[in-house]
Design a protein around this ligand. Structure first.
Ligand SMILES: [Zn+2]
Ligand SMILES: [Zn+2]
Length: 281
């Protein structure tokens, strides 16, 4: 992978994975763990002989995502909330939606490409919990129209990814937010930088916590890295796989802002809405 430029003049953070996020991580058995490890560490060719490629959505053979499942993805409505990205119900003027009005959010805006449901959920789960790192370029290709639009609204923004704890990354083999960010930048030529913050404490899953509980759970989990150079940029685009309540993105954005002085915008592959929000980070 092409090394990212660093916002920080200090040593870049170790690549870390994050805890929490989308649906629950079912504990895989020994075979599942072996398959996940093998996929995460580049054994796709060998593994594909034993386990032929199948559609993430419906299980059809010889494709990672069949045409029908690809068509079933639901894009976030273009008239989404300009602040939290909630899929629109017809706001005609720039205004905060009922879901985020009154909330303190560390980021300036958040935007997701797809609704977190059906095949989008399957893709995130497979990338995040099943070691299917090879899905990242496909997911980036799917999300790239929305990503290009986000870049057009933030010209010159530096792109980075949601940091996470090194233990999680070691267990997972990679940080799914990082591989997505790298694939999106490879497709668009956007400038990728290492996160100017690192996750220093593992956090319990956000499931079942109210908003204040989530804030407490995340407090002190992220630390800034010193000696930041902003390289004349004014904004940072923080890439992640899923946006749910925005609690984690908000916490990280606060630390990034404090470390760099840059406004933070969030871009995610998908976004929860309605009932899908319950129980997720
Ligand atoms: Zn399919
Ligand atoms: Zn909103």
């Amino acid at each position: 992978m092409t090394p990212a430029r660093h916002l920080s003049a200090a040593a870049p953070p170790a690549v870390e994975g994050r805890t929490g996020g989308s649906g629950g991580s079912a504990r895989p058995g020994r075979l599942g763990r072996a398959r996940r490890w093998w996929r995460a560490h580049g054994g796709d060719v060998f593994w594909s002989v034993l386990f032929p490629q199948r559609c993430v959505g419906c299980g059809r053979f010889e494709t990672s995502l069949c045409t029908d499942c690809r068509r079933s993805l639901v894009e976030v409505c273009p008239d989404h909330c300009p602040r939290c990205g909630r899929s629109g119900v017809g706001w005609s003027i720039p205004a905060w939606c009922p879901e985020c009005v009154g909330l303190e959010l560390g980021f300036s805006s958040a935007r997701g490409a797809f609704l977190y449901e059906g095949v989008a959920r399957d893709l995130v789960t497979s990338l995040k919990y099943e070691g299917q790192r090879a899905l990242a370029p496909l997911m980036a290709e799917l999300a790239v129209p929305a990503f290009r639009q986000a870049l057009a609204e933030r010209p010159g923004a530096l792109v980075t990814w949601m940091p996470a704890h090194r233990t999680t990354t070691r267990q997972r083999g990679y940080n799914q937010a990082e591989v997505l960010a790298r694939a999106l930048c490879a497709l668009t030529g956007a400038t990728l930088v290492d996160p100017p913050v690192r996750k220093v404490r593992r956090t319990r899953h956000q499931r079942g916590l109210d908003r204040e509980g989530r804030r407490r759970n995340l407090r002190g989990a992220f630390d800034p890295l010193p000696a930041v150079s902003t390289e004349r940029a004014k904004e940072v685009l923080l890439v992640d796989d899923v946006y749910t309540t925005g609690a984690t993105a908000s916490e990280v954005a606060e630390v990034v802002k404090g470390a760099t002085g840059l406004a933070v915008h969030v871009f995610t592959f998908c976004r929860t809405e309605g009932e899908a929000r319950s129980g997720l980070q």
